[in-house]
Design a protein around this ligand. Sequence first.
Ligand SMILES: [Mg+2]
Length: 388
Amino acid sequence: MRIARIEAWWVRVPIERKNQHRSDFGQIATFDAAIVRVETECGIVGWGEGKNAAGSAGEYAALVHLINREVAPVLIGRDPREPGVIWEALYNGVRHRTAASAGHAMPQLARRGHTLAAISAIDIALWDILGKHLGAPVWRLLGGRKADKLPAYASGGWAGVDTIGDQLSSYVEKGGFRAVKMRVGALDGPPHVSAARVSAARAALGPGIDIMVDAHGTFNVGDAKRFAALVADQDVAWFEEPVIADDKRGMAEIRAACSIPIAAGESEATRFAFRDLAVLRAADIFQPDLGYCGGISEGWKIAAIASSFNLRLAPHLWAGAPCFFAGLHLCAASPASFIIEYSLGANPMIHDLVEETISVQDGMIDVPDRPGLGFTISEDYVRKHAVD
Ligand SMILES: [Mg+2]
């Protein structure tokens, strides 16, 4: 089996004004991603997704160019059934054979960022192909699924102090969620404003619903500690990205100083970055984004690090369908997973990009058992929303 064709598009889907939300990332008026299609000579097609922007909107011209003009030519003619070997070849670049025989990595200079987003997109598509070729869902290739449904949490929560309770309660009513996540940090200004919103959320939801908070890395260490102290009696289930990913020691300091579990990792790429998070004791919950951290191949290694450090895994799944399904399969197979992120913001890149209906009922989401990643992309939709 050989790779015959690779094509990536910057897909940009506008979001209707009434469905937009505003956060520290600004007004979210589009949902963007790099969507990649890998076709084999025998006609099997796999789909992947690469990310390079926080929030739903972003510019993807450079990433798509990288995939189409630099990565694709290297892979045409290769056997697609070797996602792990291809991952190492792309990561190590011209020294990949030396690295393979030496038994350790020798990455190229640009070893993070767009390079890893491109590798992620290809890797997800190759796992999709491998599963379709073998007639098996990807979770089976990873060792099996621990359940046929997994609990999901509702991810949203941008409303102000007067309406946050209603907003989060509507999530609980809509999908039967037992856990919800709200945004805090820079969109509120000082820590006491975020803390008041969390208290209002807890008052509305009562004690039986888990509340997680996500600061998108917008506090500094001192303000993160102030915030954590102010919500110490609100039973917060996790505090996500209290500070930027480049301040791992600061994150470790916050973790040591507060009683709330720390979640982090959507801005990290590769097993090496997550090893550092674990060794520095900076996080309780790893949140790799499979469209950015290195795809399923790397996500599986990151999941193993989480498990071996007695930490947990909750991938960042604010994404399009290929990335979302990749995370679903990873969680189905990983001993460290426990909950699935389900975005309650407008997400056409999940709901309109694929033919399947993806929904949460009684707070649970189905793990698909179709071959590969288990979704069917609407190619017309991709082409209709592709940016020239
Ligand atoms: Mg987040």
